[in-house]
Design a binder for this molecule. Structure first.
Ligand code: PMP
Length: 365
C-alpha cells in the first residue's frame, strides 16, 4: 500500500479538502479461498437486452450486478475494506464490538466480516428496512436496534444518534462510520471502478448510480473520469431526499419505500462535484423496473436497482449507437421477498403498473 495525498476519491473537489488514505491494487481471486471474504468483488457486468430496446435506447446498457457479492450487495466491498483498514491501524481487534447505523446492507456486510473475523456486531437500522434484512443480520449473529423511520438524522432517536450513544456506553466498541469513512469511496475507486474499466476496455460514455452514503457513485465516478473525462455521471435520488442538485429538484418532502438511497443530510462520503446531473426518481417506476429486470432480463436485483435503471433510461436517450452506459445494480430481491416481489404488497401500495395489470387480464381471458 502506498500512502496517498492525492485528491480523489476522498474529499470534495470544490473545497479542495482531502483526507489521507491508501490505495490497494486489485488482487486476482485465489483458486482456493481462505474465507468467504475473498469472494467480495469481481462481480459481473451484464448487457441488458430487452429493456433498452423497448425503451428506444440506441446505446449499449451494461449492468454491474452487485448481488453476486457474498452478503448480497455492493456494500460488502466497503464493509471488508473499512474492517481491514481499521484492523491495520489497530483501531479494532477481534473481540471488539463494531456498531454501525445502516439501511441494512452495510450492516449485513459488516456482520459477515464480524462473523468470519470474530467480532460482536450491533446494527442500528430504521424501522422502514425489510424484515428479510433483519433475519439475515440475526442469522449472522448481529444484534439489531430498530429506530423510527421518521426521525431526522440528528434527532436523538435516529439510527445515527442511537449508534453514537451505544458507542459511548460499550467499552471497546467502534463505529466504522460509512458516512464519513474515506474507505467507503476508496473501496469503489480501487475495485468497482477498476473492474468496470477493465471489462469495458476503458470506454464508458455514461455512468448511472443511486446515492445513499454516496460512496458508490463518488468512488466509481472519480476513477472513471480520470480515464474517460467525457463520461457523463448521473446520480439518482428519490423524491423526498435532498441529495440532488440543483436544490430546486428537491421539492417533495414525502417519504418513499425504496430502501438504501436518499437522505435528509449530505454525507461526507458523497462528493457531488463528480456528478454531472441528477435524476429524481419515484417508487412506482423503481419497483416496476426492478420487476422488469427480473422478468425480462432474469436479473433478480432489488428496488434501488430499478431506481438506477429509471435514471439510465431517462438519461441514456441522448446516447447513440456504439455508445455505452453502465448502471450499478446494488442488491438482490432476496432483501424484498415480502415487499416488491409480492403482488399483494405491490397492490396495497398502488405500485402495480397498468402494464402488469393488463398482462394479468390477458392471461386470465
Ligand atoms: N442501494 C441499496 C439497496 C443500498 O443498500 C445502498 C447503500 N445504502 C445504496 C443503494 C447506495 O449506496 P451508497 O451508500 O454507496 O450510496
Amino acid at each position: 500500500q502506498q500512502p496517498c495525498e492525492c485528491h480523489g476519491p476522498v474529499g470534495d473537489a470544490s473545497t479542495g479538502r482531502t483526507i489521507p488514505h491508501f490505495h490497494q491494487s486489485r488482487v486476482p481471486k485465489p483458486k482456493i479461498m481462505d474465507s468467504i471474504l475473498d469472494q467480495v468483488g469481481d462481480t459481473p457486468l451484464i448487457r441488458l437486452n430487452k429493456i433498452p430496446a423497448e425503451e428506444g435506447l440506441e446505446c449499449e446498457v451494461l449492468a454491474k450486478v452487485e448481488f453476486f457479492n457474498p452478503g448480497g450487495s455492493v456494500k460488502d466491498r466497503i464493509a471488508k475494506r473499512m474492517f481491514e483498514e481499521a484492523e491495520r491501524k489497530g483501531i479494532i481487534k477481534p473481540g471488539y464490538t463494531v456498531i454501525e447505523p445502516t439501511s441494512g446492507n452495510t450492516g449485513i456486510g459488516l456482520a459477515l466480516c464480524a462473523a468470519v473475523k470474530g467480532y460482536r456486531a450491533i446494527i442500528t437500522m430504521p424501522e422502514k428496512m425489510s424484515q428479510e434484512k433483519v433475519d439475515v443480520l440475526k442469522a449472522l449473529g448481529a444484534e439489531i436496534v430498530r429506530t423510527p423511520t421518521e426521525a431526522a438524522y440528528d434527532a436523538p432517536e435516529s439510527h445515527i444518534s442511537v449508534a453514537k450513544r451505544l458507542n459511548e456506553q460499550i467499552p471497546n466498541s467502534v463505529i466504522l462510520d460509512q458516512y464519513a469513512n474515506p474507505y467507503n469511496p476508496v473501496a469503489h475507486y480501487d475495485t468497482t471502478a477498476e473492474e468496470i474499466l477493465e471489462a469495458c476496455d476503458g470506454r464508458i460514455d455514461m455512468l448511472v448510480a443511486g446515492a445513499g452514503t454516496g460512496g458508490t457513485i463518488t468512488g466509481i465516478a472519480k476513477k472513471i473520469k480520470e480515464v474517460c473525462p467525457n463520461c457523463v455521471v448521473i446520480g439518482v435520488d428519490p423524491h423526498g431526499s435532498i441529495l440532488a442538485q440543483p436544490e430546486s429538484l428537491n421539492t417533495e418532502t414525502s417519504s418513499y419505500q425504496v430502501e438504501g438511497i436518499g437522505y435528509d443530510f449530505i454525507p461526507e462520503a458523497l462528493d457531488r462535484s463528480v456528478i454531472d446531473e441528477w435524476y429524481k426518481s419515484n417508487d412506482k417506476e423503481s419497483f416496476a423496473l426492478a420487476r422488469r429486470l427480473i422478468k425480462e432480463e432474469g436479473i433478480l436485483s432489488g428496488g434501488s436497482s430499478g431506481t438506477a435503471l429509471a435514471g439510465a433510461i431517462h438519461a441514456a436517450k441522448r446516447l447513440g449507437k456504439g455508445q455505452r452506459c453502465v448502471v450499478i445494480l446494488p442488491d438482490s430481491v432476496r432483501n424484498y421477498m415480502t415487499k416488491f416481489l409480492n403482488d399483494d404488497w405491490m397492490r396495497k401500495n398502488h405500485f402495480l403498473d397498468d402494464r402488469a395489470k393488463q398482462e394479468r387480464v390477458e392471461a386470465t381471458a
